[in-house]
Design a protein around this ligand. Structure first.
Ligand SMILES: Nc1ncnc2c1ncn2[C@@H]1O[C@H](COP(=O)(O)OP(=O)(O)O)[C@@H](O)[C@H]1O
Ligand SMILES: [Mg+2]
Length: 459
């Protein structure tokens, strides 16, 4: 029997030409974009929009007492019965189990935190008077699990009772879709915050120019507009009661072109400080406990801003040769980039007898993600040997629970355990719980260091 040839043989040039269509041009792109936009509107009108009316699931007594407020179920029921003002939960379908919204869980946690015998275990640690910690997830390779890790960390910290702000620095906006954010253009992203930081620098610079009798530099419309915007203006609520979002959208990419132009206009503008200074000045570090930055797969200006703002840096990577190799290069780029900023700044600082700039992070950890113990154990061991304490000790397992999540359910914490075999669920959840535990340990350790330093300084 004659086998049919593979499809790439016997292609007739004239037929190929007739299928080809005319050459493509810029107008063609605009037409495609318009077609997509019409299609998108149509999908949305049919209720097929990815984020249409997203709602967080309910939490059962079992899950609450197992994962969120560690008390015996019987004790939990007794406390609810004795306090009719507390949320009592509702029954769902068959069975007598009671279900609670996360808002209700947070109220219950506050109650147990005040009344419980081991009260301090129910409320997450945060030293009074100290700012929120900023955690950035970065690696210049795409697909290594940056966004998944950041989203799961945001959710586990929220379940743990922390107030979380997620800032999407990736113009792809994956994090923004996970949290159902809506961003019309770059004015709904961090772009105006960076612009404002530059505009404020220019205003200061202009004052100095006027004092010297020089003509001031003009502030264009963008900069003038940005001066009116504060970080809270950009914050959106999400379907999680204690996770807020500053979203991203394709236009945010414009920042990568605009920032270097601003820097040319004002050589003294410390562009790397923009995000961290604006977040601090606008009260974000008091309003939240944890600020999570998801970054694009590049070491551009947005990532540099995110990294400079971060207290804790997490670098996810798969346990493969290619990802290990490129992660090494990423650290090399970090050394070069931040090293050259320090060098240039300190040349001037030394000349003027000012303090020197030295970037500092509370902790930097690489993190093995999407780990498959049947295939990658040897490589992971080797990576561990070379990275030592820089590698977070826990490997985040590959879990089908993530890949299969639908558009309405993002990751393990939004999934309803009744949809899975209990053991599969417990294993999938455990790997992200352990990732969070390792990060929480860094967070608490860093806060504690600051707390002790503040106390020593006050004595
Ligand atoms: N632990 C995991 N188990 C299974 N799939 C994962 C896991 N972590 C991430 N993924 C999948 O890998 C892909 C890339 O992850 P993502 O977080 O978007 O990476 P990045 O932000 O670095 O580009 C996504 O399809 C995501 O669903
Ligand atoms: Mg991503």
């Amino acid at each position: 029997m004659a086998e049919t040839l593979p499809p790439y043989f016997n292609i007739d040039p004239d037929q190929a030409l007739s299928h080809l269509g005319g050459p493509a041009d810029t107008k063609g792109f605009a037409e495609i974009a318009r077609a997509c936009s019409r299609g998108r509107a149509d999908l949305a009108s049919r209720g097929l929009e990815a984020n249409g009316g997203r709602q967080l699931r309910l939490f059962s007594t079992w899950e609450i007492t197992r994962y969120l407020i560690p008390v015996a179920q019987a004790h939990f029921r007794r406390v609810l019965k004795a306090n009719p003002d507390l949320p009592q939960g509702r029954s769902e379908g068959r069975g007598s189990a009671k279900w609670f919204s996360l808002d209700e869980v947070l109220r219950l946690r506050a109650h147990f935190g005040q009344q419980g015998s081991r009260a301090k275990n129910y409320l997450p640690y945060r030293p009074a008077g100290l700012p929120a910690k900023i955690l950035a997830v970065a690696n210049f390779k795409g697909g290594v699990g940056k966004t998944s890790t950041a989203a799961h960390l945001a959710m586990s910290a929220a379940l743990d009772g922390y107030r979380v702000l997620v800032v999407d620095l990736d113009s792809q906006g994956s994090m923004t879709s996970i949290f159902g954010g809506r961003v019309a253009d770059e004015w709904g992203t961090v772009f105006p915050l960076l612009a404002r930081h530059h505009a404020e620098y220019l205003r200061g610079e202009n004052q100095r120019r006027l004092d010297r009798g020089e003509t001031p530099l003009p502030l264009d419309d963008t900069l003038a507009e940005a001066l009116k915007i504060r970080a809270p203006d950009l914050v959106q609520k999400t379907h999680w009661p204690n996770i807020d979002l500053i979203g991203a959208q394709l236009n945010l990419y414009w920042a990568e072109f605009q920032v270097p132009v601003w820097r040319m206009q004002g050589r003294g503008w410390k562009l790397w400080d923009a995000l961290s200074e604006v977040l601090a000045a606008d009260g974000i570090l008091d309003a939240y406990d944890l600020v999570l930055l998801d970054t694009p797969p590049a070491l551009g200006y947005l990532t540099i801003n995110g990294l400079a703002a971060a207290d804790i840096l997490l670098v996810p990577m798969g346990a493969s040769f290619l990802e290990f190799d490129s992660t090494g290069r990423f650290f090399d780029m970090l050394a070069t980039t931040f090293g050259s900023i320090e060098e240039a700044e300190n040349l001037a600082a030394r000349a003027l007898g000012r303090g020197e700039l030295a970037f500092q992070w509370d902790a930097v950890r690489a993190l093995v993600t999407r780990y498959d113990s049947t295939q990658q154990a040897e490589l992971a061991m080797l990576i561990q040997t070379y990275l030592g304490p820089t590698l977070s000790p826990h490997r985040q397992d590959f879990t089908a629970l993530i890949g299969q999540a639908s558009e309405q359910v993002q990751g393990i914490y939004e999934a309803d355990y009744r949809d899975f075999n209990r053991e599969t669920y417990a294993r999938g959840r455990e790997t992200f719980d352990t990732t969070y535990a390792a990060v929480k340990q860094l967070l608490i350790g860093a806060w504690r260091r600051d707390e002790l330093a503040a106390r020593a300084a006050a004595e």
